[in-house]
Design a protein around this ligand. Sequence first.
Ligand code: HEC
Ligand code: HEC
Length: 379
Amino acid sequence: MLISLCMTICGCGGGSSTTAALSTPAGVADFTTLDLGALANYANPVLPAYYDATISAQDNTPLDNAVTNKVATLGRVLFYDKRMSINDSISCSSCHQQATGFDDPLQFSVGFSGAAFTTAHAMRLGNVRYYQPGSMFWNKRAASVELQASQPIQHPVEMGYVSSVGGITALIAKMNASSYYPDLFAFAFGDASITELRIQQALAQFERAMISTNSRWDTAYAQVFSATANNRGLGTTLPGFTAQEDRGRQLFVGGPNNGGAGCAACHQPPTFALAANSKSNGLDAGETVVFKAPSLKNVALSKAFMHDGRFATLEEVVEHYNSGIKLGPALDTNRLAPNGVPLRLNLTADDKAALVAFLKTLTDTTLTSDAKFGNPFKK
Ligand code: HEC
Ligand code: HEC
């Protein structure tokens, strides 16, 4: 009776803008542009046909943290919130910028102090869920996307919640006192309890939602893919590619014993995430660390390449693979010539340029501009 009276008086029965405003708590609406009554779709992305069972087998999503729209939305807030650093100065997004494929244009990233720098180059985050082993960082020291998420927060250079200032416990106290996190955690998890595990889960869900399927390469490959074709159609000439780009594709996919450069054996299409069993790529003689790489999607938007950002251009990267591979215990055997010396590709100048042209076809501006991966904060 009361309800129908109200609806008669206000004329608000089911009006969508009113419903949305009502479902977003005031504190959340005050700080963010989120509409909790109309969440973005993170959980069920429309994937191309070539993201079939073969590719979902590479997905590192754990059974207890499948992506949901509510929790990923919370993850978006956490990812962009400068209050997640000790002096409210930087967020995850400061070093993982959407416009550059969630990379940092700087070789080394500036931490919360504004004066100290990381000692490794930041990593792009697109297709992070398709690195099958799930281990994170260049040297794989974090076992999962979830476990990785606490580390920048507690890092003495990055976000500064080191144990001497109270660690994550101090951060959680700050979040509990905020006017939006208790409501957001209740919305996402069913109760307002803020825990390190929930922070990890939410950030991981947001990151795993960052799937890249809209590069020029994707558009072209969609037209030739067949699950039953030889090598799933990866060896097929791509429609809409220039001759140079298609030559680059041929070199990237083909093995060194077939006149190719063998890149795809480690950087696996269609995700271009690194293969599970890939070892290092011979940057330094005597290297013992087995490094991983982020997906090569959007690599042409990066400004520094490899774990220490030592190369400033893709041309330098290709020249490394052409003539610079060095021996060491961590070197992948696929970078060795049959006589055990480091592989030399002996590419022509045209072929090197073709590989670079191919890498540029992996740029996905949908991922770098999609509002659901952008900053939700008003202030
Ligand atoms: C001050 C800059 C900075 C901040 C802030 C930062 N990162 Fe990073 N991130 C990096 C760097 C540098 C690396 C590579 C570090 C390494 O491997 O030693 C990295 C690596 C990663 C990786 C590994 C990706 C992979 O493929 O292995 C993930 C995931 C990640 N960061 C997520 C986050 C999240 C989530 C936050 C916020 C909680 C965050 N980062 C905050 C600089 C930063
Ligand atoms: C043996 C496996 C392997 C092969 C083969 C391989 N790579 Fe890599 N690639 C890696 C690893 C591992 C890294 C990261 C190395 C590091 O930073 O220590 C990497 C890094 C890169 C990067 C820089 C990524 C970034 O985010 O900074 C590019 C670009 C790249 N590779 C392109 C290629 C191309 C082109 C080829 C073929 C000529 C190729 N790779 C062949 C394993 C491989």
